[in-house]
Design a protein around this ligand. Structure first.
Ligand code: UN1
Length: 499
């Protein structure tokens, strides 16, 4: 299907052709849209709209708010194929991954619907006679969501589904590389809201389009008490400071430099499949991508030749073609960054297999690469740096302590895993002295996290959490309430005031 036909399915054809932001598909470099940009000067109005929506939405009972998210899940199911394809076209992910991303949106909607009846607080035993104490979770206020190109729709949904059931309207700034998928999501949301009824206020979801100036204006605005940002560490650092400056709350998912430890007892067939999936999937452009393979010296010679053979046969091509496993990098900048990292690794004594540009004749305006395996003599600076491209650095180890130390010796620390069938090793890896990452897996790769768990938790950002588990608490404020149902006023330390 042509891109204009898909855009038409979301009623975007004229809207996506008349603006100043040019959108190119990484599949072939062709222009697929010209989107209108949001003027940063409009932020106060956007904030006022969100604030008004909040005043109404916070008093709608939470299970009723859940109904809106249930309808959103239904609309997403109906739009799954079209939206998945649009993700492929705009972000360059293979079709299965585009569809998988929409599936994650559906899953988080289901999760949030259940959650809308479970926003539990504690009742707490009061130390005073005739008193009761309880905590209540209240809506926090409008939630600003800033998302990255590589998960252009799912990250929004992890935040929005929770924020909405928690009573918070959402203002979304997607990556300027993927505004079309965001506008398509807005359309899907509008369909759900139209079915929901009049108690959904206007402006529950506002989508803004723009670059850094717009992002900075939104982040600085005190009307967004919660800011959830996914993207580069550079961007995250600016967001964190600006939000802290006004005592807002930020949820940050930034970098990942994820490792796999392959122990002598590992099931190597299992490990091999997991390495391929997590190192080359999404062309290495996931924050959960496997970037470092820490292999025990005794298994290295059995694993590496098989891995190289598998890498050599990976089908690279248009993400829209069935059978393709690796699509393009997002743009030429990503390609340059990858080549620079490989150069540095070579200079550090690394041996590079793959990594070269492919399909340049067919798609001169796109950037397809063969994923690279880089055997390193040591964990040098380039290995500790996250390059958003399919580069897998290989290191060796002798003792598990050494492997864990190598794994933990990077600033990012988002996701991690060990392949081992030795329970002493796997439990040690999961212990307080083991992996220092927010996600630690055994016999499964670092990527492909389920929405039911809390996602994120990299040490560099102080560990933001989105999606499942009790992440919802970040979108609400906790109120501790004490009620005196006696006729006495027992105050602390025996002090009494005579009146
Ligand atoms: C991201 O790369 O920004 O675990 C998120 C995964 C996905 C999420 C990745 N569920 O790979």
């Amino acid at each position: 299907m042509q891109h204009d036909a898909i855009l038409a399915r979301f009623d975007l054809t004229p809207a996506a052709a008349a603006g100043t932001l040019t959108v190119r598909s990484p599949v072939d470099g062709a222009v697929i849209g010209r989107v209108a940009e949001t003027d940063p000067a409009a932020v106060p109005e956007i904030a006022a709209n969100a604030r008004r929506a909040f005043d109404a939405w916070r008093t709608v009972p939470a299970p009723r708010r859940g109904e809106l998210v249930r309808l959103l899940g239904e609309e997403l199911r109906a739009a799954r194929e079209d939206l998945g394809r649009l993700v492929s076209l705009e972000a360059g992910k293979i079709l299965q991954e585009g569809l998988g991303e929409v599936q994650e949106m559906i899953d988080i909607c289901d999760f949030a619907v259940g959650l809308s009846r479970q926003l539990y607080g504690l009742t707490i035993a009061s130390e005073r006679p005739g008193h009761a104490m309880r905590e209540t979770w209240h809506p926090m206020g409008p939630c600003l969501v800033i998302s990255a190109f590589n998960f252009p729709v799912a990250v929004w949904a992890w935040n929005a589904a929770l924020a909405l059931v928690c009573g918070d309207p959402v203002v979304w700034k997607p990556s300027e590389k993927t505004p079309l998928t965001a506008l398509a999501c807005r359309r899907v949301f509008e369909r759900a809201a139209a079915r929901f009824g009049a108690d959904a206020p206007e402006h529950l979801l506002q989508v803004t389009v723009g670059g850094r100036d717009l992002g900075a204006a939104l982040v600085a605005c005190p009307d967004f008490p919660v800011v959830s940002a996914t993207g580069s560490t550079r961007m995250g650092r600016q967001v964190a400071v600006a939000v802290a400056e006004r005592f807002g709350r930020s949820i940050l998912e930034l970098g990942g430099n994820n490792a796999m430890i392959v122990a002598p007892s590992a099931d190597l067939d299992l490990a091999l499949r997991a390495i391929l999936f997590s190192a080359v999937g999404t062309c290495g452009q996931r924050c959960t991508t496997l970037r470092r393979l820490i292999v025990h010296r005794d298994v290295r010679e059995r694993l590496l030749p098989r891995l190289k053979a598998a890498y050599a046969s990976i089908p690279i091509g248009s993400p829209l073609d069935a059978g393709t496993l690796v699509g393009p990098l997002i743009d030429a900048d990503a390609f340059e960054a990858m080549q620079r990292a490989l150069e540095t690794a070579r200079a550090d004594g690394g041996t590079v297999t793959g990594g070269e540009r492919v399909l340049a004749d067919r798609w001169p305006d796109a950037r397809y690469v063969r994923p690279a395996i880089v055997e390193m003599p040591a964990q040098t600076a380039v290995v500790r740096h996250e390059t958003f491209a399919p580069i897998l650095y290989v290191l060796s180890y002798d003792t598990l302590d050494e492997a864990i130390a190598l794994q933990n010796a990077v600033p990012q620390g988002l996701s991690s895993c060990i392949f081992s069938t030795d329970v002493r090793e796997t439990e040690r890896f999961l212990s307080a002295a083991g992996s220092d990452c927010g996600i630690a897996n055994v016999n499964i790769g670092p990527s492909g996290a389920e929405i039911g768990g809390a996602f994120g938790g990299e040490k560099e950002t102080g560990g933001g959490r989105e999606s499942g588990s009790d992440s919802w608490k970040a979108y609400m404020r906790r109120q501790t309430a004490t009620v005196n149902y006696s006729d006495a006023l027992p105050l602390a330390q025996g002090i009494r005031f005579e009146v």
